[in-house]
Design a protein around this ligand. Structure first.
Ligand SMILES: Nc1nc2c(ncn2[C@@H]2O[C@H](COP(=O)(O)OP(=O)(O)OP(=O)(O)O)[C@@H](O)[C@H]2O)c(=O)[nH]1
Ligand SMILES: [Mg+2]
Length: 434
């Protein structure tokens, strides 16, 4: 790799001050030079990856950690400087670096440089953002996989296969006399295998979405069944009003929570019943809309009242997956549904198990996101057109065009063929210091 074509940038890389410690990063060709001017104990011959304790020109003290070119986060010469985590200390250290010729880093610029210097691809850059933003264990596990390059390698492998088929097609056009016609059977087989690999990535789209946005669970049922009590018990706080009066919840209440290591959006709703009350009936309309958009409906009924024809009619209306929960099973044995109790937490383990079965993040399968999905679909479309063209002995030129198109879309996922616009959009979401 040639020496970095960029200038030297600086920014705090830790957030939420005040804190005990903060870190400021310099990256670019003059990093060590600038560090030697702001840090009084900078060694004459700095060693990469070795921290030195000392004092800064603004009086604070901390560790200076040098990274040589090709062996840093950005791939450039870099230094990470620790200080006490006050706003004043990090601001004044950044100012010292600016005075010595550094420039303020833009949001995401460290990671952008890592991408431009070939340290990571676009899926890994996105995974850096996902790692930093992870709120739950599963989000972190999925982000770790992609940060380590599991998705990058899958997509690169598929693209490699497409380029190999393209080379086969082009060779048969250019050297038909020497190597003969295209082997249609071999090409069809290779195309079908490539499409199957794309399909296996596409199947992870739902899990990827759930992991990012949260799995939406609508708690629905007749008044007084204990819906708000269940929400509160799962949240561990008194979020929804609970009374023995049927019709207590008028509007829905939505809360994010981590259950079974997963990001879950729990939505408590107004109890379903016929009513003349205008406010309550608007609430009930909302309940139906929420149930229609949920990933799953937890239909709660009161075990001490029993399962009624109205309950059956209600669940028949939902076209979402429904789990029937017999709440208040501490009072009576349910003849139907899963027995639970919002009061005693009976049956909660089973609820959590049903959630953890949703996402299999231990399989090592990388999850795709909403940017990758349309690109994979486009690549798939070109490849299946190519497959039918091979079967119908269409001209080889057409096959070349379709294969080139597929390779182009796959390359946009990892970044080789991504437009500057797409790259800009990805890093736009990052914050300063990433
Ligand atoms: N014994 C027992 N009582 C419960 C349980 N869950 C809720 N309750 C009681 O049932 C009553 C109604 O509970 P809520 O949580 O307000 O019921 P809801 O389904 O939200 O009712 P609406 O908002 O009116 O639709 C309250 O008095 C709760 O204390 C449970 O598992 N066991
Ligand atoms: Mg309620």
């Amino acid at each position: 790799m040639a020496s970095s074509p960029f200038d030297t940038i600086v920014a705090p890389i830790t957030g939420n001050q005040p804190a005990a410690v903060a870190w400021v990063r310099l990256s670019g060709p003059d990093s060590w030079e600038i560090a030697s001017k702001v840090f009084t104990n900078w060694p004459h011959t700095p060693e990469s990856h070795r921290a030195v304790f000392g004092t800064y020109r603004h009086g604070d003290s901390g560790l200076a950690l040098a990274f040589e070119e090709h062996h840093s986060y950005t791939g450039e010469e870099a230094v990470e400087l620790s200080i006490h985590g006050s706003t004043a200390s990090s601001r004044s250290l950044v100012e010292l670096c600016l005075a010595e010729g550094a420039r303020h880093a833009d949001p995401g610029e460290f990671t952008l440089r890592a991408f431009l210097n070939g340290r990571i691809d676009l899926t890994q850059a996105e995974a850096v953002r996902d790692t930093v933003e992870a709120r739950t264990e599963t989000q972190l596990r999925a982000a770790n996989l992609n940060r380590k390059g599991v998705l990058r390698r899958s997509v690169a492998q598929i693209r490699q296969d497409v380029l190999r088929i393209l080379a086969m097609v082009e060779a048969s056009v250019d050297f038909s006399e020497e190597i003969g016609e295209l082997d249609h059977d071999a090409a069809s087989l290779a195309l079908a295998e490539t499409i199957a690999q794309i399909d296996s990535l596409l199947r992870t789209a739902d899990s990827g979405r759930i992991l990012r946005k949260g799995y939406r669970v609508a708690i629905v049922g007749p008044p007084n069944a204990g819906k708000s009590s269940l929400l509160n018990a799962l949240l561990g706080e008194d979020r929804s009003i609970v009374t023995e009066i049927p019709g207590t919840t008028r509007d829905y209440v939505e809360e994010q929570v981590e259950l079974a290591g997963l990001p879950i959006v729990l939505i408590d709703t107004a109890g379903l019943r016929d009513t003349d009350d205008r406010v309550e009936s608007i609430g009930i309309q909302r309940t139906c809309a929420i149930a229609a958009n949920a990933d799953v409906v937890w239909y709660l009924f009161d075990a001490s009242v029993g399962w009624t024809p109205d309950d059956q009619a209600a669940i028949d209306r939902f076209d979402r997956p429904v789990h029937v929960l017999a709440n208040k099973s501490d009072l009576a044995n349910a003849e139907y549904g899963w027995p639970i109790s919002a009061l005693t937490r009976m049956g909660f383990e089973r609820l959590f198990d049903s959630l953890s079965d949703l996402l299999d993040c231990d399989s090592g399968q990388p999850l795709i996101n909403f940017r990758h999905q349309p690109l994979l679909l486009q690549a798939r479309k070109s490849l299946s057109e190519c497959l039918s063209s091979v079967s119908s002995y269409a001209p080889d030129d057409l096959l070349s065009v379709l294969l080139t198109d597929a390779a182009q879309h796959l390359g946009a996922i990892t970044g080789e063929t991504a437009s500057p616009d797409m790259i800009e959009r990805i890093f736009h979401d990052f914050c300063i210091g990433k």
